[in-house]
Design a protein. Structure first.
Lengths: 459, 438
């Protein structure tokens, strides 16, 4: 033990916090080009790099019922060749500019993103524009990528986290396109190169799209350059069709994905919830932080630090563009599945019925505002923060007012949000594990439907 | 069109306290945050024999309570200050770190000093964290396709000296055998100020940060004698092969590891460049050959932990290949890539872009680098340069060594080091493998 007795007063108590420094959100240059492309620029000059992301407001949801996985495949092959650059040259150009490229598609959007050395900023932006406008979808590259994707699909089906989230999305969203997170092998095999080109023509358009660039540049010069590179690009965007409503849930149900012999059970439960544009958004964020959204949250304290059931418990608010959903998750040893669910529902119900303490409230408020503010410190995090605001078309003041909005909330707000959005009575419960070991435990919480790892119902 | 390159210079100041604790400070006034890391020079290589996984289990215990901050207090005090925290166990170091709004800097230093001074944990804490760690191993390894591949698979095949060659996550029997006595002994042996470095980054004056470090840390007593284990490896004269069954994933996978030269040697810098020639994304030679040209592999990646290790380490290539090809045949095609580099070398038109990308990746690592924390990478490298090389200023000069590598050095390295007698290969074969691979 420590032999030192020096300055015991200094040592016994944690120092009080100093005065809070104001967080200066960086100045944004926001403009919409004549072709409808919205441009958001932020100077961040500590490191001689830039980070750029071009978003199109169409993703996997828009084709979920016609060609699942088509938006993903389009994003994968879009980097594999343009009218003037074969695949190999694209990769060499990237390396020459110290750049990394990512092309991806989520439920609501598709994106081309690149980061690299600031000294090559013009070339990096030209490459993004080339991919956005002149992708050639070489037949051979398409076949190669589709085969790679097929093998990835097979691996996904051996991953318990994937199986749980896939099942929960199916259950929560029903006929709504958010129900589909991945194609079947047969659906993937049915996708054609022509479909990719059609998706690309229709959805990779400047109208209503968004380009965010953060990094070591002068915004006025950068804007001129972007106008030159992207200004001549013209194409309209068709209005997306309306989606069918997701189902109303009546009572808890258990959805068991059976994987015989598995050494651990993935537990995931959830219910439909709201988007970032909902008036309840801040209240729900705060309630989630206290419940299971931080290391120092009730769920983590309970099932990890007190009971040792799990390494990685947590809860989250998944805000997609049209709807959101709330989830609670933990990977637990097989003999505590029922005990884990009991504690999850206990903690949800406690949030719904007993006001949180003043200490928990201010602690969670500080956590949310503090971590949010750390987002100004790096280029990639700034791009992430900005894309949440501008993609979802939140008010321009979202970043600046976030702290005061969170600070203004009360314990009553938190309880109201929990009552509305932690739907304990109708939560849908997914367990991925060995039915022989966990089936009886899971059945205590509702009628059980069983699935195999392919996603098929077992009858 | 290209804009002139701007040199990067990171401000670095350092001091050594009376008790031997090294303090490294790098002010950054661009945003009101502070990132703090305490790095101890103890990793899983040095855990006691018969206690595999202990260094990592111990890392969990460091969050269970210290002299004046009980269980969950560290986490509560950091989260409620608006910050995040974590810790990781590595080969040669264990680190504990926080990113907080800058007004919480002093509080974080108090917390880290408190747990450097004395750990206050009981049997219940140990039982609890043993359960948590077992679920960590299950979620990351046993119930995950390709879990632990290849960081747990390669060392026992590649190395002969127990510190380098054992199961770093720990056999469950060894985790069960760990006692509270082991915990306190390990703490007193290795968690001393003279076996650590404190890194402080962010929005403050350097002198003020050093003053606060003195205030909270300087009276923590040092350990007179910190044992240094022998982590050297006997010379290797043969190719080493191993097999591991893949219980979940459908694809055969291969890990090929070449043992790297000693830290900061001329060859070590060359290794950093060779790694990027072979593995640098889709323009890298291995991806190009196996995924794009021959289309045998579905995915490959690779790398070498050069900057943050200080003992035997490998450059590792991971290959996931189509089941219709044999793993042995796949290795033969990989070998063609190596032979080509040995026989023909590479031209400046390939080497120069590799260096540009190397520089860019280095900056990116300093700025962000992981764990969702600003400047995590800068903190990590400042700590490693201090603990392993005695010089945090290397953060501003280390690039020169990599960017000075010549084509001749690359070819010579390939001939000398990328040879079967310097490598280990692990085949991760799916349990339910289909017959008929060609």
């Amino acid at each position: 033990m420590s032999a030192s007795t020096a300055s015991p007063v200094v040592r016994a108590n944690a120092p009080a916090l100093g005065a809070e420094s104001p967080v200066a959100w960086p100045k944004r240059t926001v403009t919409t080009l004549g072709n409808g492309l919205q441009v958001v620029l932020v100077e961040s000059r500590n490191f001689p790099r830039i980070s750029a992301q071009l978003f199109f407001r169409s993703g996997n949801a828009i084709v979920a019922h016609t060609a699942p996985g088509l938006a993903d495949m389009t994003a994968v092959v879009v980097r594999a060749g343009t009218a003037s650059r074969p695949s190999r040259q694209i990769e060499e150009d990237l390396r020459r500019m110290g750049a990394a490229l990512g092309t991806s598609s989520g439920a609501d959007s598709s994106a081309i993103s690149a980061s690299g050395l600031a000294e090559f900023a013009p070339g990096i932006l030209e490459l993004i524009a080339d991919l956005a406008r002149h992708a050639s979808f070489p037949a051979e590259e398409f076949e190669r990528e589709r085969r790679q994707r097929l093998e990835e699909l097979k691996i996904e089906r051996t991953n318990p986290g994937f199986l749980a989230s896939e099942r929960l999305r199916r259950v929560l969203f029903g006929a709504h396109p958010y129900a589909v997170v991945s194609p079947t092998e047969e659906q993937l095999a049915g996708i054609t190169r022509e479909q990719l080109q059609e998706f690309y023509q229709k959805h990779y358009v400047p109208a209503d799209s968004l380009l965010i660039v953060v990094g070591d540049f002068a915004a006025t010069e950068m804007l001129e350059r972007i106008e030159k590179i992207f200004g001549a690009w013209k194409a309209h965007r068709a209005e997306p069709p309306a989606s069918p409503a997701p189902p109303q849930q009546a009572g808890r149900r258990v959805h068991l994905v059976n994987r015989p012999g598995t050494v651990q059970t993935q537990v995931l439960l959830g219910n439909l919830s709201i988007t970032r544009r909902d008036a309840d958004w801040y209240r729900l964020l705060l309630a989630n932080t206290i419940f299971g959204g931080a290391f120092h949250s009730r769920l983590v304290l309970n099932i990890r630090e007190q009971k040792g059931y799990t390494y990685s418990p947590g809860s989250g608010v998944n805000a997609l563009h049209q709807r959101g959903y709330f989830t609670v998750r933990a990977a637990v040893r097989n003999d505590v599945v029922a005990a884990t669910l009991t504690e999850m529902f206990y903690e949800m119900d406690r949030m719904r019925s007993v006001p949180v303490s003043a200490e928990e409230l201010t602690s969670a408020q500080s956590y949310l505002t503090g971590v949010f503010s750390l987002g100004v410190a790096t280029q990639d995090r700034l791009v992430g923060q900005l894309s949440a605001v501008y993609l979802d078309k939140l008010p321009e003041s979202y970043l600046e007012t976030y702290r005061e909005r969170i600070r203004a909330l009360t314990a009553e707000d938190v309880m109201a949000a929990a009552r509305r959005h932690f739907d304990s009575a109708n939560a849908q419960i997914v367990v991925v594990g060995d039915r022989a070991q966990i089936g009886e435990q899971a059945a205590l919480f509702g009628p059980v439907t069983e699935y195999d790892a392919k996603g098929n119902e077992v009858v | 069109m290209t804009i002139p390159a701007k040199p990067l210079h990171i401000p670095v100041e350092h001091a050594t306290l009376a008790n031997g604790l090294r303090v490294v400070v790098s002010p950054d006034r661009s945003a009101p945050f502070a990132t703090v890391g305490v790095y101890y020079r103890i990793g899983f290589r040095l855990e006691p024999q018969g206690r595999s996984g202990f260094a990592h289990l111990f890392e969990h215990m460091m969050f269970q309570g210290s002299e004046n901050a009980g269980k969950m207090e560290h986490i509560r005090l950091v989260n409620s200050s608006g910050g995040m925290l974590n810790g990781t166990t590595n080969y040669d170091i264990t680190n504990y770190f926080e990113s907080v709004p800058s007004n919480a800097l002093e509080r974080v230093l108090w917390l880290e000093a408190d747990r450097m001074r004395a750990l206050k944990v009981d049997d219940e804490n140990l039982r609890n964290q043993r359960d948590v760690v077992k679920e960590e191993v299950r979620v990351n390894v046993m119930n995950q396709p390709y879990g632990g591949f290849p960081w747990l698979d390669l060392p026992p095949v590649a190395f002969r000296n127990w510190p380098n060659a054992h199961n770093f996550y720990g056999d469950f029997a060894d985790l069960d055998a760990a006692t509270l006595g082991d915990v306190q002994k390990f703490f007193h042996t290795y968690y001393a100020p003279n076996n650590a470095v404190l890194v402080i980054l962010g929005d403050f004056e350097a002198a003020e940060a050093i003053r606060l470090a003195r205030k909270y840390f300087e009276d923590i007593p040092p350990q007179p004698k910190i044992p240094q284990a022998d982590v050297s490896e006997p010379g290797q004269t043969e190719e080493r092969l191993g097999e591991v069954e893949e219980k979940l994933g459908p694809l055969p996978a291969i890990a090929i590891g070449y043992t790297m030269p000693p830290r900061a040697s001329r060859d070590w810098f060359t290794a950093g460049i060779v790694d990027r020639v072979l593995h640098g994304g889709r323009a890298g030679r291995v991806y190009r050959k196996l995924v794009l040209d021959e289309q045998i592999a579905v995915d490959i990646d690779g790398g070498a932990d050069l900057l943050d290790t200080n003992g035997p380490t490998q450059m590792v290539t991971r290959i996931f290949h189509k089941p219709e090809y044999t793993s042995e045949g796949t290795v033969a095609i990989f070998d063609e890539v190596i032979e080509e580099l040995q026989q023909k070398g590479l031209g400046i038109e390939e080497l120069d872009p590799v260096k540009v990308k190397f520089r860019s990746d280095y900056y990116s690592m300093l700025e962000d680098g992981g764990h969702g924390m600003p400047r995590f990478g800068l903190m990590h490298l400042l700590a490693c340069f201090t603990l392993f090389d005695g010089d945090p200023h290397k953060v501003n000069t280390i690039l020169d060594g990599f960017l000075g590598v010549t084509p001749e050095q690359v070819q010579e390295f390939a001939k000398k080091r990328l040879v079967p007698q310097n490598r280990a290969v692990v085949f991760r074969r799916p349990a339910a493998a289909a017959a008929g691979a060609r």
